[in-house]
Design a protein around this ligand. Structure first.
Ligand SMILES: NC(=O)c1ccc[n+]([C@@H]2O[C@H](COP(=O)([O-])OP(=O)(O)OC[C@H]3O[C@@H](n4cnc5c(N)ncnc54)[C@H](OP(=O)(O)O)[C@@H]3O)[C@@H](O)[C@H]2O)c1
Length: 503
């Protein structure tokens, strides 16, 4: 009988993961514990916070209590607890600090005790202040590279995003991305030279810091990030700084085992640990939620464009395959995209239609999401039409609001509030709902084939497994309802609504 190459290559190995207080990191951790029984150990780099100053206490408070582990607890609670006690190592550290803020001996010891590092920590805020985004999405990779320098055989897996593609259109392959905007010099090895650009960005940050303080400083740093991202060919600071991070790491670790895994938009689990498992309200979900709450009914979008969504379990599996390959195969730079666009495309129009059909026929099954049956449709229109509509409607609405204010009746004008919600969601996500690019994952599928049939079943990565009608209607909406939205909060809101109605 054939065996699992992934399990063989990870047997006895130690893996360090960053970002496990987040969505994806938790699913990677859960899968490693559940599906790789002979792994040597898992080390988590976690920064302390007010309630939990050290990594172990934060792990126990924020990670081990997550519903992501319900399946493990149900299947074999004793083995799970034993894993946590014997093979789960928590390291208190800050990924953005030199040496993760560890003493040199502690850093050396950590580097020497691991075989791979999976860096999943990031700020996924599209409109992050530029200095913060640069620190966590780009410059912290110097610290990851330093760890790798201390252990020459360490395999590095960097979690990036397909959207480092920025404003390029067409087919996007698993290769280094050329910026769509202003030129950045390219090294003959393939990556781009970003030192000078980072220096310029830091000068601009210092300039803004010298001129503003408080909330205004924050706003100016957000604006600076968007402006610089746009100049070089990205729609937002997040994707720009993630691209910069890829370049920094490729240069720092030239000739080493470095794998970049680029997921597209990560959404709820297809299958594992349970169908629909999700944490928080992600990119597309912010729009779904705003529609469910009847705040948004029109949005800029291209119905024929391919919206690239990928369930979180397929992404976690891709990361594990990539780590196993980087540990077990000769070192070299590799890039994999974990996405659905080229192998099992779903259009923006189909995506909307599936969700709307489910909302109309079955809204009552998702009580935390829908307070009642949505009456209006969700319409995607092109940007020009959207801007004309919003601009045209906002002026009279705002005048009416002011007039009502003068008459002493203007405390809460729902229509204006909803329009402003639509405008701000469109500013953040509008780029993603009008795609004119298709992400390819041929190399990831080839990796899955090389690993063999056993690993294809144990660690599936192929988006062709997704039946979009079932996934979007029955799995994702149910997952959002069950895991992402607090039943208590929804009850409170519905209670107060009912009270208002009675009054
Ligand atoms: N979500 C998506 O749709 C998506 C799509 C493509 C790619 N990705 C990539 O997937 C990875 C994981 O994303 P996610 O959705 O799991 O994000 P997430 O839920 O927001 O989690 C982010 C993680 O990064 C850590 N982090 C953030 N800022 C930090 C800082 N300054 N110092 C140290 N740690 C910091 C957080 O730790 P704290 O709790 O300590 O803040 C948290 O563990 C990221 O690399 C992201 O770029 C995500």
């Amino acid at each position: 009988m054939s065996s699992s190459k992934v399990l063989e290559q990870l047997r006895g190995k130690h893996v360090l993961i960053t970002g496990t207080t987040g969505f994806l990191g938790k699913v990677v951790l859960e899968k490693l514990i559940r599906a790789v029984p002979d792994i040597g150990g898992v080390h988590l780099l976690i920064r302390g916070n007010k309630q939990s100053p050290d990594a172990r206490s934060r792990f126990l408070r924020e990670i081990s209590t997550s519903s992501v582990f319900d399946r493990l607890r149900q299947e074999n609670s004793e083995a799970f607890e034993a894993f946590l006690n014997e093979r789960l190592h928590c390291v208190t550290g800050e990924v953005t600090q030199p040496g993760f803020g560890l003493q040199p001996e502690a850093l050396q010891k950590l580097a020497g005790s691991i075989d791979a590092v999976i860096n999943s920590a990031a700020s996924v805020n599209f409109r992050e202040e530029l200095d913060k985004a640069l620190s966590i999405n780009t410059l912290c990779l110097q610290n990851v590279a330093e760890l790798a320098r201390l252990n020459p055989s360490l395999a590095v897996v960097q979690v990036s995003t397909c959207y480092v593609n920025g404003m390029n259109s067409g087919q996007v392959t698993e290769s280094v991305i050329k910026p769509a905007g202003e030129d950045i010099p390219r090294n003959p090895s393939g990556y781009y030279e970003i030192e000078e650009l980072i220096r310029v960005l830091n000068d601009s940050i210092a300039d803004v810091r010298s001129r503003y303080t408080g909330k205004m400083l924050e706003r100016k740093l957000v604006d600076l990030g968007i402006r610089e991202a746009n100049r070089y060919g990205w729609s937002d600071t997040y994707t720009f700084t993630k691209w910069l991070g890829e370049q920094l790491l490729m240069k720092a670790l030239e000739g080493r085992a470095i794998t970049i895994v680029r997921p597209s938009i990560i959404e709820s689990a297809l299958e594992e640990p349970s169908p629909g498992w999700i944490e928080g309200v992600k990119v597309a979900d912010a729009i779904i939620l705003a529609y469910a709450r009847e705040k948004v009914t029109i949005f800029p979008g291209k119905r024929s464009g391919i919206v690239d969504v990928i369930p979180v379990d397929l992404v976690a599996n891709a990361i594990i395959l990539a780590a196993a390959e980087a540990i077990g195969e000769p070192p070299q730079p590799r890039i994999y995209q974990c996405c659905s666009g080229s192998s099992n495309p779903v259009s923006v129009g189909e995506f909307i239609d599936h969700l709307m059909a489910e909302a109309k026929t079955n809204y009552a099954a998702y009580g935390n999401l829908f307070y009642r049956r949505p009456v209006k449709p969700f319409i995607a229109v092109n940007r020009v039409l959207f801007d004309a509509f919003v601009g045209g409607v906002r002026i009279p609405l705002s005048l009416t609001h002011r007039l009502m204010g003068l008459l002493g009746q203007g405390r809460d004008f729902k229509a204006l509030r909803n329009l402003d919600t639509t405008r701000s969601l469109a500013a953040i996500f509008g780029f993603y709902t009008a795609p004119d690019y298709i992400f390819r994952n041929d190399d990831l599928l080839a990796l899955a084939s090389r690993m063999g049939e056993v690993d294809k079943a144990l660690f599936p990565v192929d988006a062709r497994l997704i039946d979009w009608a079932v996934y979007l209607r029955k799995i994702h909406l149910a997952g959002l309802n069950k895991y992402a939205l607090s039943a208590k909060k929804a009850q409170g809101r519905r209670g107060s609504r009912d009270r208002k109605k009675v009054a």
